[in-house]
Structures are given as C-alpha cells and as structure tokens.
Design a protein. Structure first.
Length: 167
C-alpha cells in the first residue's frame, strides 16, 4: 500500500512539473508573437518615414550651408517651388536647384545664367509630395511626404536677412 502511494505522489509531481513547463512554453510563445508584431509595425513605420525625414534633413542641411546674404532664394515655380542655393567658387558663381520632379527630390548644380530645366536634375530621394514656402520672419517651411505617410514639415529660420526673395 505504501508503494502505491509513493507512485501516486511521483505521478502527481510529474504532471505538475509537466503542466508548469507547458504553461511557461505557452507564455513564452505568446510573448514572442506579440514582440514580433510590435517589431513588424515599428519597422514598417520607420520605412514609411525614411524618405520623408531624409528629404527634410537633406534640404535643411543644404539651407544651413548656404545661409548667407543672397545665398538662399525661393522660386515659386509650378509644383511646390524651387530652392536656389548660390555659391561663389573662384571666379564663377554656381546655383544649386533643389525641387521635386516626377516623384523624386532632385538637385541640379549649374553655372549662374545657364538655363534651368527640371529634367536635367539628379534624383536624390523618392518622395510623393515636396513643397517649399516662405513664411514671415525669414522662415522657410519645407514639407515632404512619402507614399503611405502623411506630410511632415520642417520650419527653417534663415539667419541672414533678405534670403527668401520670392519671385
């Protein structure tokens, strides 16, 4: 009788340990599934915003590099405007045009006085919308959006005066 009771205790201990292990394994599986869903959503959100935020950072850095008197000009021309950044190198003056064309953020560097054509620019980043707008108080608002993401804006303050002449 004593031997039967000892076997029942071992069987109960075994099933208790087995059920505890199964509960732990199920909990671990649920945590992994939830974590993978969160990771998937986070990476999808980051990919959506990559081009938008990169475009804004790119334009902001270019404007900061050229923030001198007459160095930054905004042309109101067609689709969201054209940013013109002027550089003087040795004896020549060069203009960098940043604009949106055919779903791309483009850049074109030409000698001053050369004709500007949107088709000539180098494609930088794919963006669905891109616009530039001069705001009161020497501010420049840059707005961009990638496919599937809402537009994001960046407000840049031009430190030098008379930089945002709108033509």
């Amino acid at each position: 009788m004593r031997k039967l009771r000892r076997n029942q205790n071992h069987i109960v201990d075994f099933f208790f340990t087995l059920s505890l292990f199964c509960l732990f394994a199920a909990s671990a599986l649920i945590v992994v599934l939830i974590g993978s869903g969160v990771y998937k959503n986070t990476t999808a959100h980051m990919e959506e915003n990559f081009a938008t935020r990169t475009a804004l950072s790119y334009v902001a850095e270019k404007v900061r590099q050229h923030d001198t008197a007459g160095g930054v000009t905004l042309l109101e021309e067609g689709d969201g405007g054209v940013l013109v950044l002027t550089d003087t190198v040795n004896d020549g003056t060069y203009e960098t045009y940043i604009y949106a064309y055919d779903g791309w953020l483009c850049e074109l560097v030409i000698k001053e006085g050369t004709g500007f054509s949107r088709e000539q620019g180098e494609q930088i980043l794919k963006v669905d919308t891109f616009s530039l707008e001069a705001k009161p108080g020497d501010f420049l608002q840059v707005t961009a959006a990638d496919s599937g993401s809402s537009p994001v804006s960046c407000l840049l303050h031009l430190r030098s005066t008379a930089d945002t002449d709108t033509e």
